[in-house]
Write a protein that binds this ligand. Structure first.
Ligand SMILES: Cc1cc2nc3c(=O)[nH]c(=O)nc-3n(C[C@H](O)[C@H](O)[C@H](O)COP(=O)(O)OP(=O)(O)OC[C@H]3O[C@@H](n4cnc5c(N)ncnc54)[C@H](O)[C@@H]3O)c2cc1C
Length: 480
């Protein structure tokens, strides 16, 4: 017991809520008695950067799990990290602070100021990388400019760079201490008032141990056939590791090397490579955000600034509620609401529908995802929305408009996924499941479907909305 309550170090945890492969934690603990601190910053973030409701739910449970692994020695605070860290240094005579870097522009700005002020007060600050395989500034083109296309970014940039750091062991926690100034996790008030998240409770196991188990389950049961199978939402070929990665319950390095260690005679090379390349998309998104700090709000390609978006509150609301009358779109939106997750194929389909069929600005989609996704991540969310809209890096060309009927028929051929989330259509024959408005009246009646009553009629006509979108795109193409 330290009678003076003086500690040599603070490890400030942020998007790295784990004990293993955590360089800042290891460095801090090596110095001696260490306070392991989480600060919920409700001061420096604004409406657009503040954590969404679903993320707060995850954070509550992630902190609870981490605290348990630390035998209740996690110190919890809410407020301005600069003020809190300064106070902790003063109270506990701390001389060293360690943290792992974050890459969101508002956090970079905040952390620079905190580092400067701590150093001015004689505190040694050391920062490390724990959430990316390669730092954004390590991967660039030969002429030093950032990549804007994924394939050369990954193949020429990442795979030719030095290999990522191999994962580190968890430290011995004998030196882990708790500040007597700490609040409890409940005092952060993270659990949202609207209790829609109750349905998540049986779906997700949260925390470092759960993340490692999920990776092992995926290796056991999902990675074989990943390349093709990842497109089918009712298959088990997706890892669902994204929220764990976002909160840093597992590091990309741990995932990368778990995959590298697999025996290629048992696991097809194409699947292993493809999975690693998806982790590469995450790196690409961070790279894009680092070099384009306005990515979450502004079109990367400025010609989209002149796009004639529509402001249709009623269409936006139908999309959010999963009541567009397009079953595959509605299934995706309801999966999001009911589980806090949406399969990647569906994210592309519902995104394309919002921006190209409803002509609603991608910002509205990005905001809804930000609030509802458990894996809401500034880099991946904004880069992906811009990709869907056509305004971003390596984007799908604007004229490539996903057809929700064909997407359903191709990627949910038996209708298992769609019927799960749109039970109103559970008795529809697959032939008309994705286009019920084309079904003869007796088929609708046999299936118990009354369009406009117990399932909506389509809110827009597919062909007409497609034509309008292409005309709108032509206008900005001509102008640019
Ligand atoms: C409109 C839209 C919004 C998105 N918003 C987010 C977001 O907020 N947070 C988020 O983590 N991902 C986002 N994605 C990317 C992708 O859909 C998810 O990462 C993926 O669905 C997570 O499921 P998984 O873990 O089962 O993926 P897996 O297929 O198992 O992939 C493994 C990991 O690779 C990474 N990854 C896979 N695909 C992508 C991708 N296209 N871009 C970036 N990283 C990828 C993720 O970290 C993922 O956990 C978005 C995609 C779209 C089209």
């Amino acid at each position: 017991m330290n009678i003076n309550n003086n500690y040599s170090s603070i490890c400030w945890l942020r998007h790295d809520l784990r004990l293993s492969d955590n360089p800042a934690l290891l460095n801090a603990i090596e110095q001696g008695d260490t306070l392991i601190v989480y600060i919920y910053d409700n001061i420096n973030s604004d409406e657009s950067t503040m954590m969404g409701q679903a993320s707060k739910w995850w954070l509550h449970h992630s902190l609870t799990s981490l605290d348990l692994s630390l035998n209740n020695r996690l110190s919890i605070f809410i407020g301005d990290p600069q003020t809190i860290l300064a106070k902790l240094c003063k109270t506990h005579k701390v001389k060293n602070i360690y943290w792992n870097r974050c890459y969101e522009p508002w956090i970079i700005k905040r952390d620079k100021n905190i580092k400067k002020s701590l150093q001015e007060n004689g505190v040694n600050v050391e920062t490390t990388n724990a959430s990316l395989l390669w730092e954004p500034w390590e991967i660039h083109k030969e002429d030093q400019t950032p990549y804007l296309v994924f394939t050369p970014f990954f193949k020429r940039g990442c795979l030719n760079a030095l290999p990522p750091r191999t994962p580190l062991k968890a430290p011995n926690l004998n030196n882990a201490k708790k500040s007597d100034l700490s609040l409890t996790i409940n005092e952060l008030n993270l659990l949202p008032k609207l209790t829609w998240y109750e349905s998540f409770e049986n779906i997700w196991d949260i925390g470092e141990k759960a993340a490692q188990e999920k990776l092992q389950d995926f290796i056991f049961d999902g990675i074989i056939n990943y390349k093709e199978g990842r497109n089918f939402p009712s298959n088990k070929n997706c890892s669902r590791l994204s929220p764990h990665l976002h909160f840093g319950e597992i590091s990309p390095n741990q995932i990368w090397y778990a995959i590298e260690d697999l025996d290629e005679t048992e696991y097809p090379e194409k699947d292993l490579y493809h999975f690693k390349s998806e982790i590469g998309w995450r790196e690409f998104s961070y790279n894009l955000l680092f070099y384009n700090q306005e990515l979450p709000k502004q079109n990367l390609y400025k010609k989209f600034d002149n796009f004639p978006w529509k402001k249709d509150v009623s269409h936006l609301s139908s999309w959010q509620k999963g009541l567009t009358g397009y079953p595959i779109v509605d299934a995706g939106m309801r999966e999001l609401w009911q589980t806090g997750y949406m399969h990647n194929r569906l994210r592309m389909v519902v995104g394309s529908f919002l921006v190209k069929n409803l002509l609603i600005h991608w910002n509205y989609g990005e905001r809804w995802f930000w609030d509802c996704l458990l894996d809401a991540d500034m880099a991946s969310n904004s880069a992906s929305w811009q990709w869907v809209a056509g305004s971003g890096a390596d984007a799908a060309p604007y004229f490539r408009i996903f057809n929700p009927i064909m997407q359903g028929q191709k990627f949910d051929p038996e209708g298992v996924y769609t019927k799960k989330y749109v039970p109103e259509l559970k008795n529809m024959p697959t032939k008309y499941l994705f286009n019920p408005w084309e079904a003869p009246p007796e088929i609708l009646s046999d299936a118990g479907v009354n369009l406009g009553t117990n399932y909506p009629k389509p809110i827009v006509d597919m062909q007409e909305s497609r034509d309008i979108a292409l005309q709108a795109f032509d206008k900005i193409r001509i102008k640019s």
